[in-house]
Design a protein around this ligand. Sequence first.
Ligand SMILES: Nc1ncnc2c1ncn2[C@@H]1O[C@H](COP(=O)(O)OP(=O)(O)OP(=O)(O)O)[C@@H](O)[C@H]1O
Ligand SMILES: [Mg+2]
Length: 259
Amino acid sequence: MKIISIANQKGGVGKTTTAVNLGSALQIAGNKVLLIDLDPQANLSSYLGFEKIGQYDNPTISHLMMSCVTGMEVYAQDCIYHNDTNNLDFIPSDINLANADYYLIQAVAREKVLKRILANECFQTYDYIIIDCLPSLGILLTNALTASDGLIIPVQTQKFALDGLTMLNNIVQQVKDAVNEKLELIGVLATMVDNTNMSKSVLEQLSEKYGDRLFDTKISKSVTAANSSEQQKALTLTTSKLGKEYLELGAEVAKRCGK
Ligand SMILES: Nc1ncnc2c1ncn2[C@@H]1O[C@H](COP(=O)(O)OP(=O)(O)OP(=O)(O)O)[C@@H](O)[C@H]1O
Ligand SMILES: [Mg+2]
């Protein structure tokens, strides 16, 4: 089993789109995949239709994470939902996850809460668990990185794209040094690539900075991404260019994960 975080503290770079479509690509290739929404904005949850099926009391990742502090009994199995359209299992999020910092400060070994949750037997049958991180550096991100084998960083090939990557690399290094030696950078993914000089220049800089860790697959800029989340159907299930690119990404990730 491989646990992969999709992370970049910069907002709107394509993390959620990548989590859903990479998950779908790996599922289509025959893997059992679980997606975890670790963002209080809960965009992945709505991409997978959770708003529709979810009622207020349906347990989410925030119930699971906070149960370690509150002592409230929450079963991991009860937090796993299935989306039929995309044939994907997922754990949704909700706005209460925004209070995680406050709750987790009281937890023992607070960066290991998610890791402890994922040690549960019900997660061991998955080939891939993909964690969609929130756009910030903090306790939820360190939980994701501590629980993960690998990390994928989507980078939007637009102005200011590389700002903040040093800070992210710094956190990754700290997690590696302190709690999770095996954490590796699976790859950096260029997203929203277009024909502009800006896009070309960012691609060059990424190639220089990350070398062979930059995925060969590039994700183009296309309005089909927004349509896909609106229609709650992965791009990989359509004939779109982005769908094809995400299928290619799936193959590249599997290869890098030795599968
Ligand atoms: N390749 C793409 N081309 C054009 N638009 C895209 C592409 N990928 C994603 N988008 C759109 O850009 C917006 C941000 O994408 P997404 O939600 O995946 O980013 P994010 O990094 O998860 O954002 P956040 O940091 O808020 O969680 C969405 O409206 C999405 O539909
Ligand atoms: Mg997101």
